[in-house]
Design a binder for this molecule. Structure first.
Ligand code: PMP
Length: 295
């Protein structure tokens, strides 16, 4: 039992009381949209990283499922800030979700729409400093199978089978190819490769173009890296000196190896990781605009 509160349909409820009926549509069919957001301790108090961008994606993702968001971005923003304050969180992970309530049958029209926001302390997502990655036997969803750039609950069936396969084989994380056999992304993160101060990352199409990916692109340009977005074949991996994952949960995480191929090191990935860690904690002036303070 925790004393923490959850924001549910406009009200703060006790953590243990945020419960729903078994016939909740989204539980059966994955018909929800959600976000993963992080708040960090900064010299000026807790701050949420790129809150507006996350909420914009949240509203966009909901729309794909006809989930008419009952709250404005401004209201959701206020709810998140309040929740951090009430739960006295200095740092943590924030999970807004919009979903259909009680209704069976695929088409959710007419089902009630609920919005909930939970927040809790959540440290490192991947346990190691440099991870071992397995190219999955499962491919990323075909871009025409659904709306691939939305963060939809149902998409995570694909992410879960890939993650479990990688773990079962003794790896830390999976890497999924797209339907053409090009490198797409991890189950919950985007990927970058590095050679000679050039960053290479898969182009949008079969990926969730992440907000961390966007932040890293900007930070890398400012650090005078060259940036290339293109289709990357698995056979190309050996041409790169380094690789790393990025995402809200994983932050910046260097990759030690993909299948049997070991990268030389992670010097530049570590440079980007350090700059990212300083950015989210408000230590770099030019990126402070990405922070929303909770005080
Ligand atoms: N790809 C997938 C499949 C994800 O689930 C995530 C996490 N949201 C990302 C990439 C990274 O996105 P972001 O940087 O916006 O968290």
């Amino acid at each position: 039992m925790t004393k923490q509160k959850i924001w549910l349909d406009g009200k703060l409820v006790d953590w243990d009381k945020a419960n729903f009926h078994l016939l909740t549509h989204t539980l059966h069919y994955g018909s929800g949209a959600f976000e993963g957001i992080r708040a960090y301790a900064t010299a000026s108090g807790p701050a949420v990283f790129r809150l507006d961008d996350h909420l914009k994606r949240f509203v966009y993702s909901a729309k794909v499922f006809g989930l008419k968001m009952p709250y404005k971005i401004k209201e959701l923003k206020g709810a998140i800030i309040d929740l951090l304050k009430i739960n006295r969180l200095e740092e943590g992970y924030i999970r807004p979700i919009v979903f259909y309530g009680n209704k069976m049958g695929l088409v959710p029209t007419g089902a009630p729409i609920h919005v909930a926001i939970a927040a809790w302390p959540w440290g490192k997502y991947l346990a190691k400093d440099r991870v071992a990655v397995k190219i999955s036997k499962f491919i990323r969803l075909h871009p025409k199978s659904t709306v691939i750039d939305a963060k939809l609950s149902g998409h995570y069936a694909n992410s879960i089978v890939a993650s479990m396969e990688a773990k079962d084989l003794g790896f830390d994380e999976a890497l999924l190819l797209d339907h053409e056999g090009n490198i797409a992304e991890g189950p919950g993160e985007n990927i970058f490769f590095i050679k000679d101060r050039t960053l290479v990352t898969p182009q949008p199409g079969s990926i969730l173009p992440g907000i961390t990916r966007d932040s890293i692109k900007r930070i890398a340009k400012d650090l005078k890296y060259k940036l290339v977005e293109k289709k990357i074949r698995p056979a190309e991996i050996k041409n790169y000196a380094e690789a790393f994952f990025v995402g809200t949960a994983v932050e910046v995480c260097p990759i030690a190896r993909i299948n049997n191929f070991k990268f030389k090191g992670s010097e530049q990935a570590t440079e980007l990781q350090k700059t990212y860690n300083d950015t989210v904690r408000g230590k770099i002036k030019k990126y402070k605009k990405w922070l929303t303070y909770s005080k």
